[in-house]
Design a protein around this ligand. Structure first.
Ligand code: GCO
Ligand code: MG
Length: 423
């Protein structure tokens, strides 16, 4: 058996900025193929090129059964390795090879990995609103559907304190006041006009987020598990302050509390508070996180599985975490394709040290394009019992939704004084 063809598809069925990348690996056995997720929505054309021109030709003609060997070769054969573009491209092929392995065996992937550790996969969903009351209402609606874990935020991810240059209400602090919008990403106007972008005020976040969670705990009771994503939009010492301030509300976890560049601060955080820490969606390679796992400075590993190179490294990482009492919380936003979400679900079923899975309400069109996509029921998702990932991909539907190249506004994030902020 040989890999006969590697194809890559870009599609954008769910509106702005959610470009999905699907890889299909076809074999010399009629009808036997696999699907993988290579989604890096902000650099989709680069990943497409890496699959089409570099990795696809390299693996064509090779034996699709030798997943580990192919993964190692894909990672090191460019000499310079690692990084989100290459890792996502590798992931597209890696996941497709696991899908093929499952289909050959006639088993769902989680059965290849030792079977189920749980009957279904509990997930967390997001409750968003313009005010504390709206967030509570949205969380309550999710709880009524059986969701037991809710990530809460005012105004989108870390949106509290966000202002647009030249738009919206006048910012409270003088230095935030943009004279005019420059209208362009890189053209500071003379005379001190604001740089274009969306402005995040960390001090406001520090004040408002504990108030939000005080309200939520009082309004929603003790049973629901609450989560919050900092999105690294604080200075490290502010992150310590926030984690301490949130302690009374007993979060399930606080996410991405510091940027990858500031991981040493986790030790300080640990020494000061027992708010559980989830981190990792920006990590590229297990070597970036190994020392922090060994020092038990996080509670949940939160990597984006395609970003670290697919399921092959994710399984190893999860086993490393298990040895140090760290649980999994694979990243699962709207910019993971349904194929990637299915792979997450199979990992979640099979790993003993599973913690929680992020989930979003998936659009009708995603179910049409990806028949077999797991459905949310009573706060859980499950695999569908079919071999491999159990997911199909309708190329004809995908072709109706071509990708654009528009950049999301948050990629132009700034601090109140106009400095670029880490998103
Ligand atoms: C999350 C994330 C995402 C990312 C997005 C970037 O926790 O779900 O922070 O929403 O911001 O995937 O494109
Ligand atoms: Mg996040």
């Amino acid at each position: 058996m040989k890999i006969a063809n590697v194809r890559v598809f870009l599609t954008q069925p769910c509106g702005p900025h959610r470009r999905l990348i699907v890889v299909r690996v076809e074999t010399s056995e009629p009808g036997l193929y696999g699907l993988g997720c290579a989604t890096f929505t902000q650099r989709h054309r680069a990943v497409e090129a890496a699959v089409r021109h570099h990795l696809g030709p390299r693996v064509t003609g090779r034996d699709p059964r030798n997943i580990e060997d192919l993964w190692q070769e894909m990672m090191v054969s460019g000499y310079w390795r690692n990084g989100p573009v290459l890792n996502n491209a590798i992931s597209g092929i890696d996941m497709a090879l696991w899908d093929i392995a499952g289909k050959r065996a006639g088993l769902p992937c989680h059965d290849l990995w030792g079977g189920r550790c749980r009957p279904a996969v509990p997930v967390y969903l997001h409750a968003d609103g313009a005010t504390k009351e709206e967030v509570a209402d949205r969380a309550r609606a999710l709880m009524e559907e059986g969701v037991r874990h809710v990530r809460c935020q005012i105004g989108g991810y870390s949106g509290v304190g966000a202002r647009r240059a030249g738009l919206g209400p006048a910012p409270a602090r003088r230095e935030m006041t943009p004279a005019v919008s420059t209208g362009g990403p890189d053209a500071p106007a003379p005379g001190g006009a604001a740089f274009a972008g969306v402005y995040f005020d960390p001090r406001e976040k520090l004040r408002e987020v504990p108030r939000l969670f005080a309200h939520l705990r009082a309004a929603l009771g003790d049973e629901v598990e609450l989560l919050y994503d900092v999105h690294e939009r604080l200075e490290p010492i502010e992150a310590v302050a926030l984690a301490k301030a949130l302690e009374p509300y007993r979060l399930f976890f606080l996410e991405d509390v510091v940027a990858p560049e500031d991981l040493e601060w986790l030790a300080m955080l640990r020494a000061q508070t027992c708010t559980p820490i989830a981190i990792g969606e920006l990590f590229n390679h297990p070597h970036e996180m190994t020392p922090f796992i060994q020092r038990r400075l996080l509670d949940f590993i939160r990597v984006h599985v395609s970003q670290i190179g697919g399921v092959t490294p994710a399984i190893k990482l999860a086993h490393l975490c298990a040895a140090f009492g760290v649980r999994t919380a694979w990243h699962g936003p709207g910019d993971v394709s349904p194929v990637g979400m299915a792979a997450n679900v199979h990992l979640d079923l099979a790993l003993h040290n599973f913690g929680i899975q992020e989930w979003g309400v998936r659009a009708e069109v995603e179910y049409e394009m990806f028949p077999g996509l797991p459905e949310l029921r009573g706060g859980c998702v499950d695999a569908n019992g079919r071999p491999g990932w159990g997911i199909e991909f309708r190329e004809d539907v995908a072709a109706r939704y071509p990708c654009d190249d528009e950049e999301p506004e948050w990629t132009r994030a700034r601090r109140p004084d106009g400095t670029v902020s880490r998103p």
